[in-house]
Design a binder for this molecule. Structure first.
Ligand code: PMM
Length: 315
């Protein structure tokens, strides 16, 4: 693949949704200035790629007008790409992909897997950019609600076969083999059991031989890990755990809202796999300067609910 694919460790793709209604961050970055400033924040935190989207696929979402999607996405792509950043564009429309590639996008991320717009794969082939193809079985691209009919062979076989077919379609449309990225489409017409089965079966998807992107960040099945649903933002630690395990399984990239957590997670996986300290870090076995306990100096500390507890007590 191009520079998008060149790396040893799992990449961290930071999400910038220039939308009003994405389930976790809708309405937060839906102006040019807010989107640019958020993207710069994620880049400063170490994101390798920024994924810019102008259309939400959350349950109940409606398609946005094509001109509106272009107006939301393309100026943001142009500005960030001009500064040399790797920008992915999350779109199901060939026209948006084409305008984004012209503006400097390095990757097209199509959650429909090239099925929503018959021109998408041809546009990606002509632009010679990588395209991420996602498993989403639906008869109405737009809202990720509902669950596709269960495949009797199980979800992993279903997704693996479908992704393999999408890759064949892309090759037939002229997309280079090294420009194909696959994604199991966690949460896209799937229930929590499906999503966990797919994470468990990730090696089988990776075995198809293409780079694999994992998008679990803040999704309901992650937020409801303990049974009852938490706020999406409260799922960042669990998301990071999935990032570490995805990286360890050989995923090419993780698509996340919280970059620092997942960057640490994929670095842990990298160091674990390497069996030595990364990037010249001291191997002398010392502790971070100051020690962990000194940070807890105040006599009273507040927990997340604002309740005070004596500092130094065990968790
Ligand atoms: N999920 C969402 C949007 N785009 N793209 C890829 N490749 N994989 C995903 O899992 C994915 C995606 C929906 O999540 P969001 O509303 O938080 O962006």
């Amino acid at each position: 693949m191009t520079e998008v694919g060149a790396a040893t460790r799992c990449k961290v793709m930071g999400i910038v949704n220039v939308t009003e209604d994405s389930f976790s961050d809708g309405g937060m970055y839906n102006t040019f200035d807010a989107a640019i400033s958020h993207a710069r924040e994620l880049l400063a935190q170490g994101a390798d790629i920024i994924d810019v989207g102008g259309e939400s696929t959350r349950p109940g979402a409606h398609r946005v007008d094509e001109a509106e999607e272009i107006a939301r996405v393309v100026p943001v792509v142009r500005e960030l790409a001009a500064q040399g950043h790797l920008i992915s564009v999350d779109t199901m429309r060939a026209s948006v992909a084409e305008a984004s590639i012209e503006a400097g996008a390095a990757l097209i991320n199509d959650v429909s897997g090239g099925l929503a717009d018959p021109n998408m794969l041809r546009v990606c082939a002509a632009g010679d950019v990588p395209v991420c193809l996602i498993h989403w079985k639906t008869d109405r691209f737009g809202s990720a609600s509902g669950r596709a009919a269960a495949d009797p062979r199980g979800i992993v076989a279903d997704v693996t076969e479908h992704l393999s077919r999408l890759a064949d379609d892309a090759l037939a449309a002229g997309v280079l083999e090294e420009n194909i990225v696959l994604d199991p489409g966690l949460g896209f017409a799937k229930n929590a059991d499906d999503n966990w089965a797919l994470l468990h079966g990730l090696p089988q998807i990776i075995d198809l031989g293409f780079p694999v992107l994992v998008g679990a960040s803040r999704k309901r099945f992650v937020a409801s890990l303990h049974g009852s649903a938490r706020k999406p933002q409260e799922a960042d630690a669990a998301t990071a755990a999935i990032s570490a395990l995805s990286a360890a399984a050989g995923a090419w990239a993780v698509r996340v809202h919280n970059v620092p957590f997942s960057l640490d997670a994929v670095r842990v996986a990298e160091a674990w796999d390497a069996g030595h300290a990364l990037g010249g870090a001291s191997a002398s076995g010392d502790y971070p300067q100051g020690g962990g306990n000194q940070a807890a100096a105040p006599a009273q500390a507040a927990d997340n609910d604002g309740n005070e507890s004596a500092a130094g007590e065990g968790a």
